[in-house]
Ligand binder design. Structure first.
Ligand SMILES: *Cc1c(COP(=O)(O)O)cnc(C)c1O
Length: 393
C-alpha cells in the first residue's frame, strides 16, 4: 500500500541520517542500577535528580494513596475528578512559591507537557498578544506557542539584549516572555533576574518552565525562583513532579487570578481526566522529603557528585558543557560519533543517552549525562574513568 510505503521510505531516511530512536525496556525500578533485557547497567539517564522515584517512603505513600482514594479519578477536575489529595497538594505546592509570587495559588496537571500547553494557550489566547520565546525552549512550550492564537517572536538563547530589543519594538499590550529555567540539554540557567526586570519594565508576563529546577535547586528545593531570590507578580511558574519529585505530573503557580483564568479557560486542564489522586498523595511525601533535612542532604550530595564529575572528566577534543546543574552534556558533534560513544559506554556497562537532532541543534549531538543523588561517589568515578578511556573521533 502506498501510504505505508511512503512512511517506510521516510523511516529509512531517518535511519540513513543516524536519527532512528529506539526504546530499551527496563525491568527494574528507576535507579542508577538497572536491569535491561537481563543485563545489569549503571545508568546516567533519568531526571530523578533526588532519587525519589523508587524511594521507599514515596512508594509506601503511593500504596496508601491507592487504598485511601482508589486507582483512578474517574473524571476531569471540573466534573468530579478533583479529590482531597489534589487540593492538599495544590496548597502545599503554592506555599513553595509564596516567597516568589504575591497572592500565589497553584494548579496541578497530569503532565508538564499539558501544563505548558495550558499556560501558553490561556495567556496567549488572543491574536493581539505576543509570546516571546527563547530559541532552546522545550518542545511543549514550542507546541503551546503553536497552539496559542498569539503571535510568536523567537529570541536567541540567553540573549537578554535581543529580548530587550524585541520587547521595546513591540506595540502590543499583552506580552508574554517564555523560557526554560534550566536548559534540559545543556544544563545552563536562563538569566532570569535580568529577564524579570525587563518584563517588569515592559508590563510583560514571565513564564518560567522549571522542570529541571523544582526539587533540585534552592535551599528548600523550591526551584529556580528560590535559588535566585526572585519575587514578582509577573511570574508564572511551572514545575514538574515526575523529575526531582519522583512521581508524575506538574503544577503552575501564579497570582490567584492567573490560576482562576486557567481553570476557566485552559483546555489542557479542562478536557482531560484528572490524574489519580493516589499520585497526589504520594507527592505530599515527596514534598516532605524535598523540603526537609533529607532533601537538603540529597541536594548537597548531588552538588558534590557534580563537582567531582566536572573535576575529573577529560573529554577533549569533545567539550563539556558549561553547566553547574545535574545535567552535564558532553558535546561531540556528529550524530554517528555520538552514537558510537554511547555504544562504547554501553559496552562497558554504562548507560548514557546519545542525544541527536531535532532534540539538539544539528552538529551538536552529545552524550547527556544526568547525575542523581541516588548515585554514589564510586558510580561517578566509574563513569569518569570510562569516559576518559573512550576512543575519540
Ligand atoms: C520534561 C519537561 C517538560 C514536560 O514535563 P512532563 O511532566 O514530563 O510532561 C516540560 N518542560 C521541560 C523543560 C521538560 O524538561
Amino acid at each position: 500500500m502506498k501510504l505505508i510505503a511512503d512512511l517506510e521510505q521516510r523511516l529509512q531516511g531517518l535511519d540513513e541520517a543516524s536519527l532512528t530512536r529506539r526504546r530499551r525496556t527496563v525491568d527494574t525500578p528507576c535507579a542508577p542500577r538497572l536491569v535491561i533485557e537481563g543485563r545489569p547497567l549503571l545508568a546516567f539517564c533519568s531526571n530523578d535528580y533526588l532519587g525519589l522515584a523508587a524511594h521507599p517512603a514515596v512508594v509506601a505513600a503511593l500504596r496508601e494513596g491507592a487504598s485511601l482514594y482508589g486507582a483512578g479519578s474517574g473524571a476531569s477536575h471540573l466534573i468530579s475528578g478533583h479529590g482531597r489529595a489534589h487540593a492538599l497538594l495544590e496548597e502545599r505546592l503554592a506555599a513553595t512559591q509564596a516567597a516568589s509570587i504575591p497572592d500565589v495559588r497553584a494548579l496541578t496537571f497530569s503532565t508538564g507537557y499539558m501544563a505548558n500547553l495550558a499556560i501558553l494557550t490561556a495567556l496567549g489566547a488572543d491574536a493581539d498578544a505576543v509570546l516571546f520565546c527563547e530559541s532552546l525552549n522545550h518542545a511543549s512550550l514550542i507546541d503551546g506557542a503553536r497552539l496559542a492564537r498569539a503571535q510568536v517572536s523567537v529570541y536567541p538563547h540567553a540573549d537578554v539584549d535581543a529580548l530587550a530589543a524585541q520587547l521595546a519594538a513591540s506595540t502590543v499590550e499583552n506580552k508574554i516572555v517564555v523560557t526554560d529555567s534550566v536548559f534540559r540539554m545543556d544544563g545552563d540557567l536562563a538569566p532570569l533576574a535580568a529577564m524579570l526586570s525587563l518584563c517588569e519594565r515592559h508590563g510583560a508576563w514571565l513564564v518560567v518552565d522549571d522542570a529541571h529546577g523544582f526539587g533540585a535547586l534552592g535551599e528548600r528545593g523550591h526551584g529556580a525562583l528560590e535559588h535566585l531570590g526572585l519575587r514578582s507578580p509577573h511570574l508564572v511558574y511551572m514545575g514538574t513532579l515526575g523529575k526531582a519529585a519522583g512521581v508524575a505530573g506538574a503544577f503552575v503557580a501564579a497570582h490567584a487570578s492567573v490560576i482562576e483564568w486557567l481553570i476557566q479557560r485552559a483546555r489542557p486542564y479542562i478536557y482531560t481526566t484528572a490524574a489519580p489522586p493516589a499520585l497526589a498523595h504520594a507527592l505530599l511525601t515527596s514534598m516532605d522529603i524535598i523540603e526537609g533535612a533529607e532533601g537538603a542532604s540529597r541536594r548537597a550530595h548531588l552538588a558534590d557528585l557534580i563537582a567531582r564529575f566536572r573535576g575529573d572528566v577529560k573529554v577533549a577534543p569533545w567539550t563539556l558543557g558549561l553547566s553547574t546543574t545535574a545535567i552535564q552534556p558532553v558535546i561531540i558533534g556528529a550524530n554517528d560519533a555520538a552514537l558510537r560513544a554511547g555504544a562504547g559506554l554501553y559496552g562497558r556497562g554504562l548507560w548514557v543517552p546519545a542525544i541527536r537532532p531535532p532534540t539538539v541543534a544539528p552538529g551538536t549531538a552529545r552524550l547527556r549525562v544526568t547525575l542523581s543523588a541516588a548515585h554514589t561517589v564510586e558510580d561517578v568515578a566509574q563513569l569518569t574513568a570510562a569516559l576518559n578511556q573512550l576512543e575519540r573521533e
